[in-house]
Ligand binder design. Structure first.
Ligand code: OXD
Ligand code: MN
Length: 624
């Protein structure tokens, strides 16, 4: 212990030493001292969440060139390196102790080897930099959901982003019990040229779940560096597994029903598939857009937003389609833009923003001009497809008042959705909890997007929209979902939505705004206030109900022809999907629950029977 104190005393100024020691937790002191010994920072800054300290972090991010001011004095822009524009799934690995098995969907390396590699790569990386130490809480404070987390980083951009995205926790750390479970995050951007990480070939995120510690190195992209986001999610999934709750890649929102009633929904969509835009739909209110914890409290499923901000994709965000986001991004609300284009007037521009495209500016490739190509001759777009904005939720006009409720909100429905061009109807309800978990959550597939490195538009197995973050064997994760509601009288209903259904020519056959109607229909289903048609894949809406919801909420004439096209049962596509899903589970998930195969077989048998009777493509009026 003395050794720890002497490292801290030598490396911290009196003021920072006092701030750290005000947290009476020896594990915190040790984590900071170990990080100092490893990364050898020039200086250490302990943030106590005061206005002065948080403002210092923002100012330093600008002074060091990690962020630049924009025309709006509340805005800054940050650029990640050209090859550091998305989550790096391949180089994000679990450190697995000998003898443990995680299954083949999870990238993993031997723990001893990985710890040594992390140490080698982090060694001395802060020699000419300042280390920032910050304290946060995942989930609301003083609640059964709270998880305290320490972030150490040499990136003021990371420390600043977290200020917008997470609940500050310095005071919480001062008063919490010494043995409270803590998540530990250590990040270094590594070598920088023009404030950008350059050693991207040695980029890595290493998750040591044995000690709840994540090491991130040689990267700046927030999805790889902001410890409290996707790195902590992986640790939370393991904690949830041990304790009997669920940690999910889900939004949390209130759908406003008739007479002002609010019904809360969680929704799991892969990145870039409409999760944020659904949670922001007009006429409803948002609790969170990305991460939710679900627990059983007093016989009900209740959920919280893990975060208090949004790290959202900024593409196709227009004044007409996304008025709430648009307004916030044009207000005095603090925002960090990343990987957008900055014009000579210091205005941010993103793809498909509804304005004439710019001719020149600064972007993730440096000085940008129309027609600029990369070294392979590919045209570089003016902004990256995965450009982002980071904001706190507090400025949103549609923020739900339950954001900080320590008991969370009661969940009425759970929605699964992916980028599916040919199979699922726009909205349907599962036949029961198990059917929803298996045929909707565990069977989710989605086309890849720019949120992860690699080609976009490829259909991939994406169970629960959480595959990238699952940190326990997949079969066990599914079993946890099946078991979650065994002691709950009326579990949330499970729904599947699809915003990406296309016709033969490849055109979308639903409109972006239609999701408002699907949400209102689901809300009525939760209260049993609207009937549905039972099909082999789930309950679908009646035409008349949708017609009146379209009229009421979108002032739109919804034709029977549109309905039939959108809601017809595409039997061969469903059968092909079952085939693909069964194969993936048989070949790659040895611990898949038996119930999964049973439910998929039952669904196949029903589909084959109906195909025999009514053919390949069955319009809903025949099923009603
Ligand atoms: C995100 C992601 O940024 O899932 O939320 O990639
Ligand atoms: Mn996400």
């Amino acid at each position: 212990m003395n050794e720890i104190m002497s490292v801290l005393e030598q490396s911290l100024t009196d003021a920072n030493f006092r701030k750290l020691l005000a947290i009476p937790n020896r594990r915190v002191h040790k984590f900071v001292a170990d990080a100092i010994r490893l990364c050898k920072p020039m200086k250490v800054f302990v943030c106590n969440d005061s206005r002065e300290d948080t403002e210092y972090i923002r100012r330093t991010a600008i002074a060091r060139g990690e962020e630049a001011p924009l025309a709006n004095p509340y805005h800054t822009v940050h650029f990640d390196g050209y090859f550091d524009q998305a989550r790096d799934k391949e180089r994000t690995v679990y450190l697995v102790p000998k003898g443990e098995v995680l299954g083949e969907h999870l990238s993993q390396i031997d723990r001893d080897y990985g710890l040594q590699l992390a140490r080698d790569r982090l060694s001395g990386t802060m020699e000419n930099k300042k280390m920032v130490v910050r304290f946060f809480v995942l989930g609301p404070l003083d609640s059964p959901f709270s998880i305290p987390a320490v972030q150490i980083t040499d990136s003021f951009y990371v420390a600043h982003s977290e200020d917008l995205l997470y609940r500050r926790g310095y005071d919480y750390f001062r008063r919490m019990p010494e043995d409270h479970e803590i998540f530990w995050m250590l990040h270094s951007s590594g070598k920088l040229i023009h404030s950008v990480s350059t050693d991207w070939k040695k980029r890595g995120v290493m998750i040591d779940y044995k000690t709840n510690t994540v090491y991130s190195m040689n990267t700046q992209y927030a999805g790889n560096t902001i410890g409290l986001k996707k790195l902590a999610l992986r640790l939370a999934i393991r904690k949830a597994d041990k304790e009997g709750w669920l940690a999910e890649h889900m939004f949390l929102m209130a759908v406003h029903g008739p007479t002002g009633r609010k019904t809360y929904f969680t929704g799991a969509f892969p990145s870039g598939c409409g999760k944020t835009s659904t949670s922001m739909t007009r006429g409803n209110s948002i609790v969170g857009d990305d991460l939710a914890y679900l627990r059983k409290i007093d016989g009900k499923v209740r959920a919280v937003n893990v975060e208090r901000g949004i790290f959202g994709i900024i593409r196709s965000v227009t004044e007409k389609d996304d008025p709430i986001i648009w307004d916030v991004l044009h207000s005095k609300q603090p925002a960090i833009f990343s990987n957008v284009l900055v014009t000579e007037d210091a205005e941010p521009r993103w793809l498909d923003d509804g304005l004439p495209p710019p001719k020149a500016g600064i972007n993730f490739s440096g000085e940008w001009f129309e027609g600029k190509v990369d070294r392979n001759g590919e045209v570089i777009p003016y902004a990256h497809k995965n450009a982002r904005y980071t904001i706190g939720l507090d400025g949103l006009s549609n923020l739900d008042d339950a954001l900080d409720d320590p008991r969370g909100v009661e969940v009425g429905g759970i929605i699964y959705g992916g980028r599916d061009r040919d199979t699922w109807v726009p909205v349907q309800q599962s036949l029961n909890w198990e059917h929803g978990v298996i045929t909707m959550g565990a069977s989710l597939e989605s086309e890849t997007t720019a949120a992860t490195l690699g080609p976009s538009g490829v259909r991939k197995f994406q169970p629960f929209s959480n595959l990238d973050f699952i940190s326990i064997p997949l079969g066990r994760y599914i079993q946890n979902h099946l078991d979650f509601v065994v002691d709950i009288d009326s579990p949330p209903l499970i729904f599947a939505v699809n915003y990406f259904l296309r016709d033969k020519e490849g055109n979308f056959i639903t409109d972006k705004s239609d999701k408002r109607v699907w949400l209102k229909w689901m809300e009525l289903r939760v209260h049993d206030e609207v009937d549905a048609i039972a099909t082999p894949t789930g309950h679908i809406p009646h035409y008349e109900d949708l017609k009146s919801l379209f009229e009421k909420h979108l002032d739109k004439e919804y034709s029977e022809a549109e309905y039939e096209e959108q809601f017809k049962l595409r039997v061969p596509d469903h059968l092909a999907k079952i085939e693909r899903i069964e194969k993936v589970y048989r070949e790659t998930v040895p611990d898949a629950p038996e119930l999964l195969y049973r439910i998929l077989s039952e669904q196949r048998a029903k589909l084959e029977a109906i195909k025999h009777r009514l053919g390949d493509c069955i319009v809903p009026s025949v099923l009603a």
